[in-house]
Design a protein around this ligand. Sequence first.
Ligand SMILES: [Zn+2]
Length: 236
Amino acid sequence: MTEATHEEAHGGALGSRLNWLRAAVLGANDGVVSTAGLVVGVAGATDDRGTLLTAGLAGLLAGSMSMAAGEYVSVSTQRDSEKAALAQEKRELREQPEAELAELTDLLAERGLSRAVAREAAQQLTERDALRAHARVELGIDPDELTNPWHAAWASFLAFTVGALLPLLAIVLPSASWRLPVTVVSVLAALALTGLASARLGAAKARPAVLRNVLGGALAMAVTHAAGALLGAAGV
Ligand SMILES: [Zn+2]
């Protein structure tokens, strides 16, 4: 087990920080790929800098807001179900404390404690803070650290925006003849980096992750550029 997965298996603060970091890298990656596909596609049809800037900026805003909204909805839903689970746990603790103590004992014993020690531990945990013990051991959540949907939404918005800025600037800043090479090279380099980072954070093999990520981005740009060039040539 690497240090990262080890920490995560224990659900420590480092584990949740790693999850945030991984989400940020994935969000930035999305921003790079979708905006690169968009601007390289439009560049297939037109040389006009204003058009490229408008398309890229619209893509950046649409993508970052859609990511933020999606994240807000999914984290809110998760938080609602965690709150409901906590409320149910609270009710069960009030109505059937003996059954709950036995349940906690079983869960601790499943984790490798002997029956006697599990029983003792369950009793101590129950005396100190029964709800927290059940939340952690049974539900795997910390009642004081439920994810805030607004934080999650802002984080996705920012991550996507940071990623999207790279292809946007790369297509707008250079002169017309340098636009495509600069954008393609910087996008593929960025995707190699985000692929490497997410492999490292997920303790996966680096080379296949980097290759998949770079090839995916290259394919996206090739397809949209071909579509843009066809439409541009047809005078649409
Ligand atoms: Zn319980």
